[in-house]
Ligand binder design. Structure first.
Ligand code: AMP
Length: 423
């Protein structure tokens, strides 16, 4: 059996690359509007970054990381990044960005790697677009980040999205809430799924968003996080909701939304697109006020989100919202004879120097088969150079749309084609 791509990965072939360019182009434009600058961090980092940054009890760290020896030091491993926030914070610290600007607004686009069970919309190598705002406590920043995601979806023409928001508290109020959760679930411990049994003492909040039906049933009557927030978290959440309401966002407060990564404080949010079924979460994020300090940096409140680009593409495809690729006019040079072939080669070179899409064939082929090639590249113009025409320093220029032909001097044909193509 020939070697195949690894499970859960995809080849992005020329037939679909235009879709990626389309979404990436729009993302870059929107990020610029919102004042975000692009960063690119390594695709692998020291494993410890993710252990500390994402949290040792999370599914991502416990089950989904691809780690391998660094090859330098025994025992030391690298991990393919399962997400980009920890790396962004590492880069923020390592490059001492905090000393250079009070507010940092970054975005990234790139592949992430998780050893997940592959299915439609869930891959082992997938792409995320995400933003990070570092250096502000203000709930307005949380609102802006949510607005950016929503504007992006809206501009793509996607409707029927739902936005869920929650506050997951902070180190002041969460420990007491955590204890209440443990006290609540302890008597029902035996009925919890295996994952939740192990979460009970390590990370009981995660029980709240367990997808297992029997665990869901056990959460009935659970103490609500909103009744257990400290004043600061409560006020922060109220202010965020005020901005969202002012912006006309139709959001739901979901007290069960806790999200998979440990670093979230205060705001957590998720955008769902129901037609995607079990993988309906297209974007998720929140505030992570403690992460920079956790990674040995100065106290730096921050907020961000990540969006799954494959899921966005699936949603756009489902709704028929991916644009038809616009063909730029291209030129094919048909050459008949050895001298004509060299002339054709130089014509193509000159056209390409002017950024006009041009092709010719290096094979000695008939007129008919070269015209077939021209059709395949959808050539708008064909230049025909035969040895006879060449002897007269001429070539034939044919407009493939209307079939009209003209004879043009070889020395003038590049200018003539340029004026036709570029106007
Ligand atoms: P997370 O980093 O887990 O908060 O995920 C943020 C977004 O990334 C999700 O809402 C998904 O759209 C996307 N995502 C996460 N994991 C995967 C995966 N294994 N395959 C495809 N997309 C994913």
């Amino acid at each position: 059996m020939a070697i195949q791509k690894p499970r859960g990965t995809q080849d992005i072939l020329p037939s679909t690359i235009a879709n990626w360019h389309y979404i990436e182009g729009r993302i870059r434009k929107l990020c610029k509007t919102y004042g975000f600058q692009e960063i690119r961090t390594p695709m692998f980092e020291e494993t410890g970054l993710f252990l500390r940054g994402i949290g040792e009890t999370t599914d991502v760290v416990q089950k989904e990381m691809y780690s391998f020896p660094t090859g330098d030091k025994k025992e030391q491993t690298y991990t393919l990044r399962p997400e980009n926030t920890a790396s962004a914070v590492r880069a923020y610290l390592e490059n001492k960005i905090y000393g250079q600007e009070a507010l940092t607004k970054w975005f990234y686009i790139g592949p992430m790697f998780r050893h997940d069970k592959p299915q439609a919309g869930r891959y082992r190598q997938f792409h995320q677009f995400g933003v990070e705002v570092l250096g502000t406590q203000a709930p307005m920043a949380d609102a802006e980040v949510i607005m950016l995601v929503l504007q992006l979806f809206k501009d793509f023409g996607l409707k029927d999205l739902s936005v869920e928001v929650n506050s997951v508290g902070c180190p002041n109020c969460r420990p007491a809430y955590r204890d209440k959760l443990i006290a609540f679930f302890e008597p029902k411990k035996d009925q919890l799924c295996d994952d939740c049994k192990s979460r009970l003492y390590k990370n009981p909040l995660r029980i709240l968003d367990c997808k297992n039906e029997s665990c869901k049933a056990l959460t009935i009557g659970v103490p609500e996080i909103h009744e257990n927030l400290c004043d600061e978290c409560h006020d922060h959440f109220e202010e965020l909701k005020q901005y969202l309401t002012a912006a006309g966002v139709n959001y739901n407060v979901n007290p069960r939304l806790v999200r998979g990564l440990d670093y979230y404080t205060k705001t957590a949010f998720e955008v769902q697109y129901a037609p995607l079924g079990s993988q309906s979460a297209v974007a998720g994020g929140g505030r992570y006020d403690g992460l920079v300090e956790e990674l040995d940096g100065p106290h730096t409140p921050a907020v961000g989100f990540a969006m799954g680009m494959e899921r966005l593409l699936l949603a756009l495809e489902k709704q028929g919202l991916l644009p038809e690729e616009v063909q730029e006019p291209s030129v094919f040079v048909v050459s008949l004879g050895d001298a004509a072939k060299v002339a054709g080669f130089t014509l193509v070179k000159e056209l390409r120097e002017r950024y006009i899409i041009a092709e010719t064939s290096g094979e000695a082929k008939s007129m008919k088969s070269q015209l077939k090639h021209a059709n395949k590249i959808n050539a708008k113009y064909v230049i025909i150079v035969g040895d006879d025409e060449l002897a007269r320093r001429e070539a034939i220029l044919r407009d493939m749309e209307n079939g009209e032909q003209e004879t043009v001097a070889i020395d003038a044909i590049v200018d003539r084609v340029t004026s036709l193509v570029k106007g």
